[in-house]
Design a protein. Sequence first.
Length: 662
Amino acid sequence: MADISKNNSGFQPYIPASTTLPEITIKAVILGALLSVILGAANAYLGLFAGMTVSASIPAAVISMAILRLFPRSNILENNIVQTSASAGESLAAGVIFTIPALIFLGTWTEFDYWETTMIAGFGGILGVLFTIPLRRALIIENPLKFPEGVATAEVLKVGDRGGSEVKYIAWAGLVGALFKLCEAGLRLWHGAIEYARYVFGSITYIGTNLSPALVGVGYIVGLNIAVLVFIGGAINWWVFIPVLMKIQGAPEGVAAVDAAGQMWSTQTRYLGVGTMVIGGLWALLRLRTSLVSGIKSGMEAYRRVKQGLGEDYVRTDRDTPMQWVSTALVIAILPLFLIFYYFTGSVGVSAFMAVIMLVAGFLFSAVAGYMAGLVGSSNNPVSGVTIATILTSSLLLLLLLGRESLVGPAAAIFIGAVVCCGAAIAGDNMQDLKAGYIVGATPYKQQIMQAVGVAAAAFVMAPILMLLLNAYGFGEKTAAHPNALAAPQATLMASVAKGVFGGDLPWGLVGIGMGIAVLVILLDLLLEQRGSAFRTPVLAVAVGIYLPLELEVPIFFGGVLAWLAGRVFKRAEAGAVLADKEPIRTARTTGERHGLLFAAGLITGEALIGILMAIPIVIYGSSEVLAFFGVHNFWYVGLPLLLVVMYALYRVGTNPLRRKE
């Protein structure tokens, strides 16, 4: 085992371990908690709208730098502490909105119970923090993964420490994203999507795209590889299975082709994604087994050395939260969740059974999420996959215990899945933040404390945010009362899986086909890995594409293409330069990548925040058209060119450092 008294062989953090700077300060705690609430609200909207969330670490770091500059004696480690706390809100929002709205769809709740929502989110998130503490050494030091967003966050922090004005990119992009969303969903000057479908020879053909700058930003951040896989997943569903099933079952009479395609996806083919997610989650767990065991052994060894009085051997940058604190916090977190289960089921035995499933699945899948965040980033954290696997497994176990006629079974599975989902989401984010801290020289246990602070701050506002969005927009299918309903695709799927297991009407055939697709994708990925290919096929990215609407995947794909095109500009410049000129081009490329990421993050943040703000007058006046002062229009030929302008601006920002150099 590696020497746990050392930071890492040959690695020197930005701030040496021998240097001690203030990290947890009053202003850092206040700012971190406030940003956690704001970014959590923004990503709650984005996730309910698009079914995907992205890491908030980079925008949190940039905002933190801009604000802390107003105070004397701020430092990079204090900035890092703020972004650690702030990014927890985004991750917790993902865990909440992917699962808890399913209780509305099941009819268990008619509104979001404040204290139950808060406790599930808060204690579930705390479990995610605790579960990843023994994994830090295994995944970051002993078997270092790349953690792309953690590395990017560290670079942003270092730039800010050296002095920079890059906050302008996220500010301008935020303004653009906000105005775009205001004109589309508020003023209703154009429709938010372009869709076209036709019945052809007894089958159907469909194409569509959403006109969302935020989705382009998502694609730019995740990159071409993941964007392509998400799009391929959508193509498999919408261009293969929907036409085939439509041909077999026949086109419904009196239903428009666009609506028929949507109904087929919603009620049938989306279950392909369930099967793909289950196999993908199990495969990720299998790949993780060695690092998981190593991390537990490292944590226990650290605890043993501290008990023997050898704790002074640990340098500042290698001090985790003591294991005895972790054990105590686990008990404190589990007991309230058990009481929630008992309040719902009224049975001690069933509640204890649910708590055991929650604890085992929470630990295993938090480890999976942390590992996958190290491979592909926390924006691609397989939260949906591990949650579906949890709900499917929990439903089957509860079915054996309670029987098919149980009225509480489906909702009980959702309660378990919600806790696991919050834990897994926070686990991936926590590992990403710990990687950034490792690079800049932060103190791990202080980051872990601040992650818990961010979780608590966001948890207290999740229920009011969900109620605001529910009353303003509605969730699920669009209706006359809620023409801009938020799709909440993951929550809809979670409810369908839980209800399908107990109702016996889960389309197991499509689930099985999805599992087969997952196996083929895994085999392809192993082949690419063996050949050393830069392009890989992580199965969970394909699974996400299968169950998302195709219209959301098209702009994500184009965002990935933009990131690839920007990268090619630098590659060509470097290839054509003489040896002496290559290093400045590499520096320009690093700067351009950072600027592009900041601009993309700004588009996402601006659009999401204005969505939250617009919800307020909609709720007050009870009309989704309260801001439509110029009438409701479907001028897609206005929205599409404007989106192309935004895409060009994103490309220009990403390549501008090279033009400035020239």
